[in-house]
Ligand binder design. Sequence first.
Ligand code: PEP
Ligand code: MN
Length: 454
Amino acid sequence: MTENTVTATADVLKGLDAWKSLPIKQQPAWPDAAVLDAVTAELAKLPPLVFAGEVDQLKDRLARVARGDAFLLQGGDCAETFDGATADKIRNRVKTILQMAVVLTYGAAMPVVKMGRMAGQFAKPRSSDSETRDGVTLPAYRGDIVNGYDFTEESRTADPHRIVQGYHTAASTLNLIRAFTQGGFADLREVHSWNKGFAENPANKRYEQLAKDIDRAIKFMAAAGADFESLKTVEFYSSHEGLLMDYERPMTRIDSRTGNPYNTSAHFLWIGERTRDLDGAHIDFFSRIQNPIGVKLGPKTTGDDVKKLIDILDPNREPGRLTFITRMGAGVIRDALPPLLEVVRDSDALPVWVTDPMHGNGITTPNGYKTRRFDDVVDEVKGFFEAHRQVGTFPGGIHVELTGDDVTECLGGSEMIDEETLASRYESLCDPRLNHKQSLELAFLVAEEIASGN
Ligand code: PEP
Ligand code: MN
């Protein structure tokens, strides 16, 4: 190493800690600073979960999305849990995303970049720091990487050891994802046969034609001598909200090839609606790493916010670097999104635009369940496509909270889940997720929407 590279690296490292002197939101109150220091020092020595070359490859894939040549599908739990990191649940989620991706690939007639809200989605921002039940007030649940969900003082006290447990749970989850997506499970013909099963169900009659069309396309590929061996593996990327700085900072390492910092906890990190203050800690930290970065944009976002976010997070105007994930609400998106799209269209930046049709559409039922209506989710997605058609920009993808299991957390869909049914299998500790069938149904509807615009 030359003296110059040593100084450059020292500067980069100093920059990576600049967030420490900036205003920061949504961090836990750790009870014991010495334990926290020991834990973060341990984490900093553990192997990276992802490799810089993979992160660069994802940026290239997202650049294709930005240019309108590919589509992004990002999905998974609102909050992963340590208990939920089982083989069955991970397999079902990967399977659901692969099934959706096949439908979308056909509908869009373009490659679909597949990304899980998986292997690290353990930290949650909360609207209140505390929760009161029957006169007892305790710290809010901030995700398994911080504290426990049980409503006791012991469980709700932030425990730094959970950070290392989060790392190991992410590592084993990612290991299984890699096995599934590289080891033959993702075989296109197999995934399509699962979709046929879905579309043959009488409740899903309206998707049968599209499934048949895909079937013919696959038969055509076979007849034309397509190499199905190569379609047995898929690229699959990991992502989570970059929120808990005591996890994100120790997982950020200097790449020995380039001297640049990469967050090795996931391929893609997004900054949440509550922590994207322009002069806050999160924006500063994530502006300094090489990974592709997402930012959630709520209904109150202004064109000026968007311009400033671009200047800070994508100063080199690098397609694939920045993804805007809009979460406006079905009733608002048609008014709130077009002005933002116009500002960006008329600028020199080319971010990816993704719709999160979940977080602007939350309701609470009279019997106390946090839920979302499937129809609102679909309506927001339609509003997203309409806004892009109107402005002439590219609707790059969807970001959804989903699970591969048959839970009953969102209302509606072809199974017509109603308010009474919510209680039968409501498992999310945080926001309600589309279940397996609702997720597939959404994919079929989005595929129709894209195909109708082509
Ligand atoms: C989330 O994605 O679970 C979330 C909290 O989103 P947002 O920051 O958009 O509210
Ligand atoms: Mn959520």
